[in-house]
Unconditional design. Sequence first.
Length: 210
Amino acid sequence: MRIVKEHDERKNEIIDTAERLFAMKGYEQCSVNDILTEIGIAKGTFYHYFKSKEEVLDAVIGKSTGMIAERVTEVVDNKSLAPDDKVLQVFLAMKIENQMEEGFLEEMHKVENTLMHQKSLVSIIEVLTPILTQVVEEGNQSGAFHCEYPEQFMQIFLSSAITLLDDGIFQVAPEKIQGLFIALVAVLEKMLGVEKGRFWKRIGEYLSAS
């Protein structure tokens, strides 16, 4: 008996199945036919929702970054948080590992899956830049920050931090990771126009409270 599913339900089924297969086989090794076979749908049904495998990949990545954006937006909308806390909690909420199918990140870091990796990084930067910009602009208005170029600085910082801390791009020696974190926080403080060590103090308070 042919099962007819609602539009959004079928589309989400394709996205979820593709994510699982990309994690198992890798993006390049997974074909549209593999997705069709796994779900049990016709090729015409697939192309009703997506023009190509790459468009499905965009949807898979959009799903995970969308989850991150939801968490980050909750932080930004919390009126009880000071600007410093919002900035720190936004970065804590960016953790992506738990938002993706197990194995997806491992596959993403393989050389043959460069497109998948690149798209993920770009998506995170594009989604989070305007959210962080809003936080910084609010901080400027309240006098907490003195950031000359909120949007551009946040785009630069996100691009730098995400790229440098991605072990699929840079293999940072364990003994140098702490120094890298210290440098990134120092750069953030300079960009926001706050006194040196201010964010490290708040990070220490977060760690001692956890």
